[in-house]
Every structure is written in C-alpha cells, then in structure tokens.
Design a protein around this ligand. Structure first.
Ligand code: MOS
Length: 752
C-alpha cells in the first residue's frame, strides 16, 4: 500500500516547517511572560569575590536578578551530586549547578540570570551585572602540560596478548592521532519557557528526551513526575545537545516560580558554547600489526578523552574498534584528561566519530605498509563472529557494502601510488575509503494507538522528531499495521504526557519507538476486529476478519468501513497501549526505563553483536599551489536492516557524510589557551561544511534482514553516516599527496 514501510514518503512536517507553522520550544507564547538573559563568567577558574547587581536592578522593567547569592532554592543538591549527571544514571548535562556557590569551574559559566518585562531590558541588565573574580591558572586544551589523568578502568579490555603479538608481527603501524573539540550548534537555539500553575510546572524546552527531562526536573524540585509537563513537538536539530537537562532550564523555572509569571529564556549562540555540552577533544594511540599477507595479529587502541572538572565524562571510542575486524590479540584502554571546561556531552556518534578517524586512518596506514589495497585489507580481516565475545553478528553486510561501493565509485581505476592521479587541470586527486559503523541498541518503549469514530487513527508516544522524519516513519508503520493510508494517520510526539518512550539518542528511535507503535497498532486492530465480530460481523469470529484499505473485511467478501464498525463502540474510540519490552530486559528494568532510566541493551548482548555498517569512498582534489582540499565526490553504501523510509534515511546518511566533510576539514572549537576559553563562539568563525563544500553525494542502502535488533528489524541510521568520513577523506588526502595528516581538522597549513 502507498505510504507503507519502505516507501519514500515525503516528510509530513515539511510544509509546516517551510511555512513557519511548526512551533519550536521558543515559539510558544503565554500572556504575561517575562524575559530572561544570562551573564556568564569571563574567567575559567577561581571564584567570584564580589557581585554588584544595583545597576542591573535599576534598569527599567527589571523584575529579578538571580545570582548565587540569592539562589537559596531548596534544590535537592545531594541527589544531584550523587546521580544527577546523565552519564551516571541522572538527567543533567552536568551535576554542577553554576549558581550553587561563588566557585568558577569554567569560562562561560552562568553567574547571573536577569529577568525583565522585555528582552531588551533583561539583556541590558545582564550587561550591567557587575562581577569581580579571583582567577587561578586554568587549562582548557588537552595539549596543555600537566593535566590530571583519570583512567576509566571499566573500558579496559584484553583479548589474547596484543603487546606480544605486536612485537612479533612483521608489518606494523604505531601512531598517535588528535581530534579537536567541536560544538553541536543546532540551528534551533537552547530555550526554556517555564510556567507554574497550582504547584505544577510546564516547560517548553527543546528535548531529545521528554521523559528523562521530566524525571530529572521532578527530582531536583522534589515533585511528582506527573506534576511536570515537558512540551516540545518540533526540534530544530539536537545532535545530542538536547538530551540532558541544561541548568538554565532549572534557573528559569525558579525565576518563574518566584515571580508568579511565565519566564522565557532563549540562549544566544555565543552562550550555547558553554551553557550546554560539546564534543570533547581526544588523543588516540593506535598500534596495528599484521602478517605479510595482511592477516591482522594485534590491535591496540588507547584513547585520552577530554573531560571537565565537575563530572567524569567518557566517550569510549575504544569500545567499538574491537568489533570491527577479526583479530586474535586486542588491547584497549581509555583515560580521561581533566580540563577546566563546561562538561562535555553527547554529539552525533560521540564514541565513534573521533575514534574512527584515528582507527580507520591507521588501517589505511597498515594497507600502505603492506603495499595492499585498503579495501582488500579490510575484506581479508572480515570476521565471521564478534572477536571479543565470539557471538554472531545479528546481521553484517559490510563486504557487500564495499563491493557495491567500489562499483559505484569506480575503485578499480585507482592507481595506488600517492600523487599518481591528477585531474585535467593538473590538480592532485586522491581516492580514499573507510568503514562506517554504529552500534544498535534495544530500549523499552510504549506507544498508544487510537481509532476514532470517523475511522481516523492516531498514534502517540513520548518520542521525538529531531528533524529526521520520526513523524513520517511512525505514520508509515501505523498505516502498514492497519492497512490504511498514511495520510489517515495522525502522530503525536514530543510531550511528556504521552506514553513513555525512549531518548532520541543512540540512534534508537526508529527501531524501538517504531516497534512499540507497530505493536500498539496490532493491539488496536485486534480490539477493532473483536468489536466487528460482536457487531456488524456477528456470526464470524474476530480471527476470520481482516483490516485492509480502511475497511474491515469478512470471509464472505462483505466489508464495512471502520466508521461503521466503530458505530458499535460504546465509548466512541478504540484504543490500545502496547509495550515494546526487548527480551534482554527484566521487567523491573523495563519499568525503570519507562520512568526515565537510561537502559540500553547492546550493541553486544549474550547472543549477538548488533551494528549497522557502511563503506565510504571519497575523492579529494587538491590544488598543488594553495593547497586547498576539495571533496568533489563521495559514495556511501550502507546496510542498516529494514529501511523504513529510503528518503528520510538517505537524507540522514547524506547529512552525516556532509558533516564528515566539515569534521575532516573545517570544524573545530578553537581554544584561547591563555584565557582557557573557547574563541570562535559564533557561526561566522565556527566553520561547518555548506553547499559550496559538497558536490556529488551518492548514498545507497542495501537490503538487509535482521530479526534480532527489534520487532521491525530496523538498525541504527541516525549517527551512522558521519562515522569514518574523516578517515575516508584523510586517506584520500594521503593518496593525493603522500602526506599523512593525523590531526583534525586537516587544514591548508598542514599541507603547505
Ligand atoms: Mo546522539 S549524540 O546519541 O543524540
């Protein structure tokens, strides 16, 4: 049927977004709203010695100046210190409340929230809030000397004896790679509107996890979760930055309660760099060794990742690399480097994006050392079972991805010697490849399906559409399950009062929230058929009836519209809520997860290793004089189980590849090492790939069946396309120039 699973349905929210009808968090307006602005710290470490708010309070229209001196809010600080942080089971981007004391932990820390009748007055007051600091030496760069190191023992892994195998093997690579800090910069700014009614709190806040935010906000204010309502139907990009509660949301809620009126804060771009999270910098050591025929013998991956001073942040890229190639000897280690920065956080494929730059560059270096084609080296070491646990992959079509990718790209025309290929104008050409992967996880989720009197179907879940097409694919799943037109289905998302669903993170929404929607639709179909059997199809059993084309069909060829069947319903609706509870979860884990606990099974369970895969090919063109790197052509072939909608999936994968171009060649948050602060906190100087940087993008998705990952067989897509792209480009740069760049971003200066 048109619009069912696997068809390229156009994004149903496209028109609303293009015309401005879609309302983002900051677009909701309530009468009597006051406006807020932030004052942030100009020093990176030390303490506030004096705050003078007289001039700020004197600005006409100012209602409140909130600083650490006047916070006095009975927040459950002990709870937060224990488990407030999202990476340790809580829901906050950081356990550190920036207004909790005079202490300054990082540049750009919130030191004041001003609230006024107008935005202009709030901003003027924010500028006039006078703060004196006593600063001490601070370090924001992982390249600074003498940083504290904290090993993350639980990510250590040894299979066989990698150092001994490395020492023995005839061909080896042993290198260090660096990646820069980056900021997510979704186009929709962070924002919060808070209003209180009868002790209940409503928050309009960009959210990749409405159930998690509800749980965390309820906890910090000592409220019942039912008394907190998070509303956020549309998200203007998140990339991980909107999964956790940012502290300004709490401060705005406090201000709204004290003032007895709604308060709205829209965080300006420059503050986005420090009041939220970012992708931390890494240093990675990779050592690979092989027999002369390319058989991998040893894999050593050690990563040092940047964290802040207030929370232990670990994005263990080393947890993914051991699952990529057959290798009998593996050693991985993960260490945190403590710096004076705001707490880093999730940013699109947080573990894999930096890790695969290093790892897939090293694999290319090994191919060069072996004088072997880099695709052939990868295919030579394709595992049949997971090298760590010995379990089978739930599905793994990486070889097919490479074979199809080589064909699409024309890889057989590549001459291996560096600098051996030129375009008609004499520019150097380089062709590179790399593997993409993303782990697949199972997460419990609920969904509700409702059939109304007129036959219309509504599905609802507290899941999210980041702009990637969730509204559309859930409508397709529902239409498919009930044999109706996709246009007949309404989808409700982004509201914590809907049935509890998953975080929009870890690329789990489509497969897991989608499975719950499918189950709810099947359940409501059973109810509808029971109603039909008790009413217009009296005499038939429900099992003899079918739903198709918006009608209920009897075995004798008779049919009734859903509306006619619904006439027999006493309540006017037929409704069912269903739970997708993967068998890997105990029932109490499911319950905890549905209340906002972060529980994921995977990517490697007791029975299977579950990953999406892809093969990336890039062409770079380098002007020998300037020497600017261009990426005129890229090909990505992916296998991610059931592709629910090839249009939205393609867009997601191509978006990841485009971001990879920026990741490789442009994107970095520059650090002012003297001030220990971020220097380029605007979109004029923070460079990302845009239209002129990208030309020919080919994305193909292979057919793949996976019966293990979830009820739909849909594997991770959202974060897959970016992983490995920087390596594919770096490998092409090497092929063009003979220069191996081991530091991101790769700039013109590095090639001069
Ligand atoms: Mo993604 S960084 O898991 O939102």
């Amino acid at each position: 049927m048109d619009g069912s699973i696997g068809t390229p349905v156009v994004r149903r929210d496209a028109a609303a977004k293009a015309t401005g009808a879609a309302r983002y968090a900051a677009d909701f307006h309530q009468a009597g709203t006051a406006y807020a602005a932030l004052t942030t710290s100009t020093v990176a470490r030390g303490r506030i010695t004096r705050i003078d708010s007289a001039a700020a309070e004197a600005v006409p229209g100012v209602q409140m100046v909130l600083t650490h001196q006047g916070l006095n809010e009975p927040l459950d600080a002990a709870t937060l210190a224990e488990d407030g942080f999202i990476m340790t089971g809580g829901h906050f981007q950081s356990s550190f409340n920036p207004l909790s004391s005079a202490e300054i932990m990082y540049a750009g820390q919130i030191v004041g929230l001003t609230v006024a009748d107008t935005q202009e007055a709030a901003e003027e007051a924010a500028r006039k809030l006078s703060v004196d600091y006593e600063a001490v030496e601070a370090h924001a760069s992982i390249e600074d000397e003498g940083l504290e190191e904290k090993p993350s023992e639980k990510h250590s892994l040894d299979v066989g004896d990698a150092p001994a195998a490395f020492a023995r093997a005839p061909v080896k690579v042993d290198q260090t790679y660096m990646t820069a800090p980056q900021h997510h910069n979704p186009i929709e700014l962070y924002a919060t509107t808070a209003s209180w009614n009868d002790g209940k709190l409503t928050l309009y806040v960009p959210s990749q996890w409405v159930i998690g935010k509800r749980a965390g906000i309820a906890k910090v204010f000592g409220m019942a979760p039912e008394d907190v309502h998070i509303i956020n139907p549309y998200i203007g990009g998140g990339f991980g930055s909107k999964a956790s509660i940012l502290w300004h949301t709490v401060l705005v809620a406090i201000a709204a309660r004290r003032l007895g009126r709604p308060v709205k804060l829209v965080v300006p771009r420059s503050h986005m760099f420090t009041v939220g999270s970012f992708r931390p910098a890494t240093r990675q050591h990779i050592a690979l060794a092989a027999e002369r025929d390319g058989t991998l013998q040893a894999l050593i991956h050690e990563e040092w990742g940047q964290t802040g001073r207030t929370d232990d942040v670990v994005f263990p890229g080393v947890t993914v690399t051991p699952h990529m190639y057959a290798c009998p000897n593996i050693r991985v280690r993960e260490t945190m480097l403590v710096t004076d920065v705001n707490t880093p956080g999730f940013m699109r494929a947080p573990n894999e994006t930096p890790s695969f730059f290093a790892f897939e560059s090293a694999v290319d270096e090994l191919a060069v050392a072996l004088d072997m084609d880099p695709v052939a080296l990868r295919l030579k070491n394709e595992p049949t079972r997971d090298p760590v646990k010995g379990v089978p992959y739930s599905s793994r079509s990486l070889v097919q991805c490479y074979e199809r990718g080589m064909e699409l790209f024309g890889w057989d025309r590549r001459t291996p010697a560096p600098g051996s290929m030129k375009d008609v104008n004499g520019a150097l050409l380089g062709w590179g490849c790399a593997t993409a992967t993303y782990p697949c996880s199972k997460v419990p989720a609920l969904a509700r399906a409702t059939i109304a009197m007129d036959g219309r179907l509504t599905v609802g879940a507290a899941a999210h559409d980041l702009g990637t097409g969730t509204y559309t694919i859930l409508a397709q799943i529902a239409a498919d399950a009930l044999g109706t037109e996709v246009g007949q289905v309404q989808v409700q998302l982004g509201d914590s009062d809907l049935p509890s669903s998953t975080v929009a993170g870890g690329s789990v929404t489509a497969g897991n929230a989608g499975s719950a929607v499918q189950m709810a639709c099947h359940a409501v179909r059973e109810k509808l058929l029971a109603l039909a059997a008790a009413g217009p199809f009296m005499g038939f059993g429900a099992g003899q009836l079918k739903v198709a084309g918006g009608r209920v069909l009897g075995p004798d060829g008779s049919s009734k519209s859903i509306a006619e069947v619904m006439d027999a319903s006493a309540t006017g609706i037929v409704e069912a809520t269903a739970e997708w509870a993967p068998k890997d979860f105990a029932s109490e884990q499911v319950r905890d997860s549905l209340k906002g606990g972060m529980a994921m099974a995977g990517p490697v369970t007791e029975t299977h290793a579950m990953f999406s895969f892809g093969a990336l090919f890039t062409e770079v063109r380098i002007d020998p004089l300037t020497p600017t790197v261009r990426v005129p052509r890229m090909v990505g072939v992916f296998a991610a189980g059931t592709i629910l909608n090839p249009r939205t999936a393609r867009s997601n994968l191509a978006g990841g590849m485009v971001w990879g171009v920026g990741h490789a060649l442009m994107e970095a948050t520059e650090i002012d090492r003297k001030r220990a602060s971020f220097a380029n906190t605007d979109l004029a100087t923070y460079h990302v790939a845009s239209c002129a940087d990208v030309r020919d993008v080919t994305v193909e998705m292979l057919d793949e069946t996976d019966t293990e990952v979830n009820a739909l067989g849909a594997k991770a897509v959202g974060e897959l396309g970016i992983v490995g792209m920087a390596a594919a480009i770096g490998n092409a740069v090497y092929h063009a120039t003979g220069r191996r760049l081991r530091k991101l971003p790769m700039l013109v200066d590095d090639l001069l």
